[in-house]
Design a protein. Structure first.
Ligand code: MTE
Ligand code: MO
Length: 511
């Protein structure tokens, strides 16, 4: 068989297999799509250094890059399967079967698998093998022993082969689009649009001097499109508020099952809170602030009645991500821990965890901020390791006191003389006492701080420096309300947050 023909068979069969699985998944459960399941499993198996690299390099596009890369690899497998099958259909059949089994395995290991989910990768397996065999038989004509298995280059055989291939390719296209439409048929946007949140207590107005945005700091409240995003979800879960249920169970006196309406009947409060990710290197970008709207989480747990000894609240998202939060951090007076339904005056955007997420000030996001939250189990730290703990990160991770320089920018060139440096600092849940800055290892000078909004948010600093022409290094360090000054010891983000002083090199130019 001609190489072009065998390659075409391989490619079209892979496409048909993927599309069939995607279509069936659209019917039974979107997360059962073998393509997405393999991608999600790849994310879970990726070492964190590679994950960090992917996020740093591709930013919010990291997941698109992963899906694109998978598509390229699958296409290559299709090409190889085709080329190996020029004389006999068996190598390609075996490869199609193996790919199918990989899809089945990926769906089976997903935490969201139901019995029904397995139908989707099974459909891929069957369609992949059958499409391959059928196209192969159309391309090859029965020839007397000894002659090569080759359809005539021209004539009805060739036409028949091309028509069959085109039909399968078109069918794959329709199935893929159909699967996508079916997966999106849950009209979560309409569900979200139908909700109005009216908090009984509003967050206080942000004072004008809460940031030094004119001098290079971020604005106090982060605009929605600038808010950092970190999660393992390859496709954003689509869960309607009407369908949302959450069970509070485990070591409790009264098991609860809550609906979204149950939450709306409770007092809604609005609070200004900063969210910060443990993956930040010193000076990193994953920190943002918003007004969250939600209900008091400690009240809810009191209603469930936390049994003695339950020290961990294990939470799970609809796509199977898990998180463990110290019960004591939630129950402490003034913890401000909440089940958030909204931010920025609106219901949560889908990528922020619609319909319900958790927020606990003072703890990094991976141990507190479960998005697409659907399950709460009171347990112990001994009994359960959540997602990131299983991957070597700390089980407990209070936010460390930290400061960052936003101006000067790295290797900025600025006129010599008066220069205003500015940045942010945070000691969440305690508050910032002071920020100090030094130039070229000189004496520490105290920066001015912005008006404090509350101890659960970041605080901005600025300082006027006088710089001679030449290269300079600026460093900063923050001190929290307990008098603890940020250590200069450098630590990596893993296991429980980076430490060290942020520094910036810039050039002052004689004017
Ligand atoms: N379901 C789910 N929730 C999650 C995560 C996740 O991967 N899945 N990541 C957590 C991490 S590591 C952080 S830092 C915050 C980030 O929230 P954001 O994306 O809204 O900024 O969400 C947390 N909640
Ligand atoms: Mo994070």
């Amino acid at each position: 068989m001609k190489a072009t023909r065998s390659i075409l068979i391989g490619l079209v069969s892979v496409a048909a297999a993927l599309a069939a699985g995607h279509l069936v998944a659209g019917l039974v459960s979107p997360l059962a799509s073998p393509f997405l399941a393999v991608g999600n499993t790849a994310i879970d198996l990726t070492p964190h250094q590679l994950k960090d690299f992917a996020v740093r390099t591709f930013g919010e596009n990291d997941k698109l890059v992963l899906l694109g890369g998978m598509a390229v690899v699958l296409a290559l497998v299709g090409v190889v399967a085709g080329l190996l099958s020029r004389r006999s259909p068996w190598p390609g059949t075996a490869i199609a079967g193996a790919l199918g089994l990989l899809g089945v395995a990926a769906v089976l290991v997903r935490p969201t698998t139901s019995t029904l989910s397995v139908i989707a990768p099974l459909a891929s397996l069957v369609v992949g093998v059958v499409a391959f065999r059928w196209l192969w038989s159309r391309a090859a004509t029965k020839t007397p022993a000894g002659a090569s298995a080759e359809a005539p280059a021209e004539g009805p055989g060739r036409r028949r082969f091309l028509v069959s291939t085109a039909a399968i390719a078109a069918g794959a296209g329709v199935a893929a689009v159909g699967g996508q439409l079916l997966a999106g048929r849950v009209d979560v946007e309409a569900s979200r649009r139908g909700i109005t949140l009216r908090p009984g207590t509003k967050a206080p107005e942000i004072p004008v001097n809460a940031d030094f945005a004119a001098e290079g700091t971020p604005s106090f409240l982060t605009p929605p499109d600038k808010f950092y995003r970190v999660d393992t979800a390859l496709s954003i879960p689509r869960l309607r508020a009407e369908d949302w249920r959450m069970r509070v169970h485990g070591m409790v006196d009264n098991e609860l099952v809550l609906t979204y309406d149950d939450l709306l009947r409770r007092p809604l409060v609005e609070k200004t809170i900063t969210l910060v990710c443990v993956s930040n290197e010193v000076g990193g970008p994953y920190i943002s602030t918003t007004n969250f709207i939600g209900i008091d989480l400690a009240d809810l747990l009191r209603e469930a009645g936390v049994k003695n000894g339950a020290d961990q609240l294990a939470t799970r998202s609809v796509d199977g991500w898990t998180c463990g939060t110290p019960v004591s951090s939630i129950m402490a007076p003034g913890s401000n821990a909440m089940l958030a339904l909204g931010m920025n005056g609106e219901p949560l955007p889908l990528e922020r965890g619609f319909p319900v997420r958790m927020v606990v000030p003072g703890l990094y996001g991976y141990v507190s901020a479960t998005k697409w939250l659907v399950d709460m189990e009171l347990t112990t730290f001994d009994a359960f390791d959540p997602y990131w703990a299983q991957r070597g990160w700390g089980k407990k991770a209070p936010v460390k006191v930290m400061s960052r320089i936003d101006r000067p920018k790295s290797f900025e060139r600025a006129p010599a003389g008066k220069f205003v440096a500015a940045g942010i600092a945070w000691a969440q849940h305690l508050g910032i006492d002071k920020v100090e800055v030094r130039v070229d290892g000189g004496p520490w000078q105290q920066a001015s701080l912005s008006t404090e909004v509350n101890v659960d948010t970041w605080r901005m600093w600025r300082i006027e420096l006088d710089v001679a022409p030449g290269n300079h290094t600026v460093e900063c360090r923050a001190t929290d309300r307990n008098g603890l000054t940020q250590t200069s010891d450098r630590a990596a983000p893993i296991p429980d947050g980076a430490t060290g002083w942020h520094s910036m090199v810039f050039t002052a130019v004689a004017s």
